[in-house]
Design a protein around this ligand. Structure first.
Ligand SMILES: Nc1nc2c(ncn2[C@@H]2O[C@H](COP(=O)(O)OP(=O)(O)OP(=O)(O)O)[C@@H](O)[C@H]2O)c(=O)[nH]1
Ligand SMILES: [Mg+2]
Length: 262
């Protein structure tokens, strides 16, 4: 997925997720993170009263949808249910996964807890496999300070390859920096270059073998490495979602079976 297509994002948001976007140049931001990291606090601080609850196709789980403006641009922010992993199974977690993986948002913000960074970064690393356009917010910096935790942000950003913004959402600290970075990433003024996780030699060999088959099916729609990894997982729920959300792209899974190397 190299170039961002506004048309695709807007079509998928409207048709699949029942999210009405007010104008054709609206920027869509997914707001993800582990439970209790301050996502809704960030969401409320950014959108104020300008929000409502979304409820999309077949899911009982709602997501709050809000809007804000920055640099003459209008943003729609989707506050997703907390999740530890994109490979999880609960209904809430599937909502988060489906939006991040299939809605093609202009940027995905992963809110993390500064006092529990190692566990929280697992989700960030997974999101970075799906899309380049990731911003990581390290929230609860006040708590981290209180506990004597210091974080080397220059190093963290270099290791991840995506912008990292320290913040204390409760007091509004870091919010302006966050908005500025979301704007830059959404419009391509900043191009993150995520450092991707390398798996065991066996898995990497299987991915390499699959890529030539997967690439022509998903190029321009999904990142082929991510799809190859999911095919290797054989996770039924992800595979179903892949089919469900890519029906408009008949190339996907319709040109014969992908042969998974053993
Ligand atoms: N000290 C401190 N508390 C915060 C900060 N941000 C959020 N909180 C608090 O953390 C708790 C959880 O915040 P939420 O915004 O509800 O977290 P969430 O990620 O939306 O939680 P779920 O939607 O349940 O996953 C609340 O009590 C917030 O007031 C912060 O920067 N510092
Ligand atoms: Mg919340």
């Amino acid at each position: 997925m190299s170039q961002h297509s506004f048309r695709d994002t807007h079509a998928v948001c409207t048709e699949r997720f029942a999210i009405e976007l007010p104008s054709p140049d609206e920027l869509v931001i997914a707001l993800a993170g582990n439970p209790n990291t301050g996502k809704s606090t960030v969401f409320n601080a950014l959108t104020g009263m300008n929000q409502h609850t979304g409820n999309w196709a077949g899911k009982t789980v709602g997501s709050a949808i809000g809007r804000f403006r920055h640099q003459e641009h209008s943003f729609t922010l989707v506050d997703l249910p907390g999740t530890y992993s994109l490979l999880s199974q609960s209904a809430d977690e599937q909502v988060a996964r489906d939006f991040i993986c299939f809605a093609n948002p202009h940027a995905t913000l992963v809110v993390t807890d500064a006092t529990n960074l190692e566990r929280n970064l697992n989700l960030a690393l997974q999101v970075m496999e799906v899309t380049d356009r990731v911003v990581v917010a390290v929230n609860l910096m006040d708590e981290a300070k209180r506990k004597g935790i210091t974080i080397d942000f220059v190093k963290l950003q270099a290791e991840l390859g995506v912008p990292v913004i320290p913040m204390t959402a409760r007091s509004g600290e870091g919010l302006n920096e966050l908005k500025e970075m979301l704007w830059k990433v959404a419009l391509g003024h900043v191009t993150p270059t995520p450092k991707l996780t390398t798996y065991s030699e066996q898995v990497e060999r299987a991915v390499t073998a699959l890529l030539p088959q997967v690439e022509p099916l998903v190029s321009g729609v999904l990142r082929s490495r991510w799809v190859a990894l999911r095919l290797l997982d054989g996770d039924e729920s992800v595979l179903q979602a892949l089919e469900q959300y890519t029906l408009e792209h008949p190339r996907l899974f319709s040109t014969g079976d992908v042969v998974i190397p053993s």
